[in-house]
Design a protein around this ligand. Structure first.
Ligand code: FAD
Length: 298
């Protein structure tokens, strides 16, 4: 199938793009930002989406950068998944980015799709939504009224819905660098490599200089309408201890609300959430211990 007819706009600056989005919104037009097109174009081709206007942001300058500061990794709206995945400075600061991105679709799609686009798209199976959520990251939005940042916890409101307004352009995603002694892991199960995951888990585990666990968090995908963040503090043993795996499973079980679909039953996804959470926590803990002992692994 071919998309319904639409008007194509190609602004040259961020200012021009947001002015256009504001005018289209004021006129009641149904407009969509076009980034990598890896989700929007298939939806349009299947006529599951039929926006009257596309605002192509691919020619806006300065949005394709990945920048690392002491406190965060800033991923511009035109940084492709593959660019972020391969950025060594971003990996050094926040290894979870690469560990999650290798699970996103296939390399050809990662070459074109943007990390910011996948966050705004807010697919409940999108890996990077959970990464932003578990790290406590933010999205930076620009409109004619100015710039605002939205925390992941108030960004996602349901399947493919966010608090981003139709006159706003997301210009960057900001991923906080986790504290020293933090290990990470991303594990998922998909029917075929590159498919959307039946369930996926991002894990962060922090250990102190005595190798005792001081905190742990999970971000899960495909087990609810939006990424599910689970604080594992109740499963962390007191001083000198590790993590109580049975308590992790109980916390995850209480937090997830999986639905059945043609790919898996709700019960199977719930089972996966427990199994994959246990694996992710184990891998993140090992990573944290390695880091404290001065060795890191890819
Ligand atoms: C076969 C296939 C498999 C895939 N598998 C996975 C997978 O396993 N995991 C995964 O996470 N993704 C997967 N994807 C989707 C892929 O990651 C997309 O790249 C991503 O979801 C959207 O990024 P994009 O840049 O292509 O956005 P687009 O398709 O251009 O846009 C997606 C949506 O976000 C909005 N948008 C995009 N950028 C902005 C912005 N800067 N400001 C405001 N709104 C914006 C658009 O208006 C649109 O509504 C898959 C895609 C395909 C085709």
């Amino acid at each position: 199938m071919k998309p319904s007819p639409f008007h194509y706009h190609r602004p040259a600056t961020v200012e021009e793009a947001v002015r256009l989005l504001a005018e289209l919104r004021a006129g009641g037009a149904d407009a969509k930002v076009l980034a990598g097109g890896q989700s929007l174009v298939p939806l349009m081709s299947m006529r599951l989406a039929a926006p009257g206007h596309l605002v192509d942001i691919n020619h806006l300058p300065g949005l394709d950068r990945v920048e690392v500061t002491a406190g965060e990794v800033r991923v511009g709206a035109l940084a492709r998944h593959r660019t972020v995945e391969r950025d060594d400075a971003a990996y050094a600061a926040c290894p979870l980015l690469r560990r999650a991105l290798v699970h996103v679709a296939h390399p050809a799609i990662r070459n074109r799709g943007t990390t910011v686009g996948s966050i705004v798209h807010a697919d409940p199976a999108g890996e990077m939504t959970a990464v932003l959520a578990v790290l406590g990251g933010r999205l930076e939005l620009v409109s004619t009224s100015g710039t605002r940042q939205v925390a992941a916890e108030t960004l996602f409101t349901g399947p493919m819905t966010t608090t981003v307004r139709t006159d706003e352009l997301a210009v960057a995603a900001l991923f906080p660098v986790p504290p020293a002694g933090t290990g990470s892991a991303f594990v998922e199960l998909a029917r075929r490599s590159g498919d959307y995951a039946l369930c996926g888990v991002a894990a962060l585990v922090t250990v102190d200089a005595d190798l005792a666990v001081t905190g742990a968090r999970l971000g899960l995908i495909s087990v609810g309408p939006m990424p599910v963040v689970v604080d594992l503090a109740p499963a962390v043993h007191g001083s000198g201890g590790g993590i109580d795996v049975a308590a992790v499973r109980a916390l995850v079980d209480a937090a997830v609300e999986p639905d059945a679909d043609i790919h898996a039953s709700a019960e199977y996804r719930r089972h996966l959430a427990g199994v994959l959470s246990e694996r992710a926590v184990g891998a993140a803990l090992e990573d944290a211990l390695r880091r404290r002992r001065g060795r890191s692994a890819a």
